[in-house]
Write a protein of this length. Structure first.
Length: 471
């Protein structure tokens, strides 16, 4: 019964382009509805490789909750699929259009509605840019920790949809830990509020967490209540050079076992260091096999870095260089932030994996990835949020070479399989989307898939919200 409702075919006459457009314009300003094929094509996909995308029938850019409700009521009546989008910086195809869909771009809903220093919350619309929110709350002495690498471009709604992480997760956690409440437009246009504004609350099922990471498949987030932290002191960064990836991972284990809480603990392998030097001429030590970056934002970061540096030396670090000030620290972090751009420049195209493993098995993942690269004769650089075991093996390849593209996809899948073998997960922060649907089924099993489909059917019985994603 559930499956027959989800897979019910649309009414093709009711959903004809002219009728759809007329119905949308009945509740939207003309400038919010885009139909030029050249323009709508530019909204077809996010930044993921190997993910098919269809041609949207129309792109809608609402500015109000009421306009989103109108879109969803229209889509339900006409049985038209809706693909919600943010800035399309995602890496799993979760924002890719399907043929004949309404692309619902939420980038125009970009107001910060409230910043409350007493309750330590911000209330925002989904199109707010992550960096814009961070700077706005900083002015109040507050801090919004989640900081994906694309933080200057990505939206809060997109971060919520994919449960994004970032460099600070080792100390401050991921997006899900900062979403207190949501306003969500459901598939039939009804508006539902979840969660709370309070510091604590356990009333009923935690529907807020259910929407975080759901990739727009359960409803459209139109407002979010976000938890804030007091702004920490400026962090200082340390760089440690290692003669092997195993030694760097041993240092990570020593740091975490020792009870240290760095604000950042990142790893770059030899391939990544070379790529960054080639792109930006930063003078990083290319003799290294692994470069570990650590930071503290404590009252006495220099003392904390000294203790951490001693652990790195005990693990075999060949050189440990603490930054003297914020400017030096930012220079070191710039190298890490350039990693993915630099790896893309190696061959022109990349597939960025997102495998997370227990910290204790991080070294095995690095060694296994190196073997996979040798097997397929490919360049694969690894950058990692080492403090939480979340790695980004990045496969560099020439998309114009069919054989190399095939090997790239095979190596990508082998890395995911390795992650599962090591007790990890196929995605730590990028989501499932189109790219990892098959692998989600392998990770959670048939019963898990059945229950997730049942949840989807409860919220979206017609299956019109972001169809073809997740499973």
């Amino acid at each position: 019964m559930i499956m027959s409702r989800i897979e019910a075919p649309p009414d093709k006459d009711a959903a004809a382009p002219g009728n759809l457009l007329d119905r949308l314009l009945g509740g939207l300003p003309a400038e919010a509805v885009l139909t030029d094929p050249d323009i709508t094509a530019s909204y077809a996909n996010d930044m993921a490789s190997f993910c098919p995308a269809g041609a949207p029938a129309v792109v809608v850019l609402p500015r109000t909750v009421e306009e989103v409700q109108h879109v969803m009521r229209t889509a339900t009546e006409l049985r038209v699929p809706v693909v919600p989008q943010g800035a399309r910086t995602g890496l799993s195809g979760a924002a890719n259009a399907s043929d004949g869909c309404i692309v619902l771009s939420l980038t125009k809903m970009d107001r910060i509605l409230e910043i409350n220093p007493v309750d330590r919350i911000a209330v925002v619309e989904p199109g707010v840019i992550n960096a814009a929110l961070s700077r706005a709350v900083n002015e109040h002495g507050l801090y919004y920790p989640p900081d994906p690498s694309s933080w200057e471009m990505c939206t809060i709604g997109g971060n919520i949809g994919t449960a994004s992480g970032g460099l600070c997760c080792v100390k401050y956690g991921v997006t899900a830990e900062y979403v207190l409440g949501l306003d969500v437009v459901l598939a039939d246009g009804r508006l539902m509020s979840t969660g709370r504004r309070t510091a604590k609350g356990v009333a009923g099922y935690d529907l807020t967490r259910l929407f975080v990471g759901s990739e727009g498949s359960l409803g459209i987030v139109v407002r979010a209540i976000l938890a804030l932290k007091p702004q920490p002191p400026e962090q200082l960064v340390l760089a440690a050079e290692f003669a092997s990836g195993a030694a760097a991972c041993d240092a990570v284990c020593r740091i975490m076992a020792g009870g240290h809480v760095p604000s950042l603990l990142e790893l770059m392998d030899r391939t990544t260091v070379k790529a960054v030097n080639d792109l930006a001429h930063m003078g990083l030590p290319e003799s290294t096999e692994a470069l570990l970056l650590a930071a503290f934002d404590t009252a006495d970061p220099a003392a904390d870095l000294a203790a951490l540096g001693a652990l790195c030396e005990a693990a075999g670090a060949t050189q440990v260089v603490p930054a003297d000030d914020a400017a030096e620290s930012e220079l070191l972090l710039k190298a890490r932030r350039l990693s993915l751009t630099a790896l893309e420049a190696v061959k022109g195209t990349t597939m960025i994996d997102d495998v997370c493993v227990p910290r204790s098995r991080l070294g095995e993942l690095l060694e296994g990835t190196e073997r996979i690269a040798e097997k397929h004769q490919l360049t694969i650089g690894v950058v990692a949020h080492a403090g939480d075991g979340n790695t980004h093996p990045t496969v560099c390849f020439d998309a114009a070479d069919p054989d190399e593209s095939r090997r790239a996809r095979e190596s990508f899948d082998e890395i995911m399989a390795l992650g599962l073998e090591l007790g990890g997960t196929i995605t730590g922060e990028h989501g499932v989307g189109v790219l990892k649907k098959e692998w989600l089924a392998r990770e959670i099993g048939p019963v898990g898939v059945e229950m997730q489909r049942a949840i989807k059917a409860a919220f979206d019985p017609l299956g019109i919200l972001n169809p073809g994603k997740l499973f």
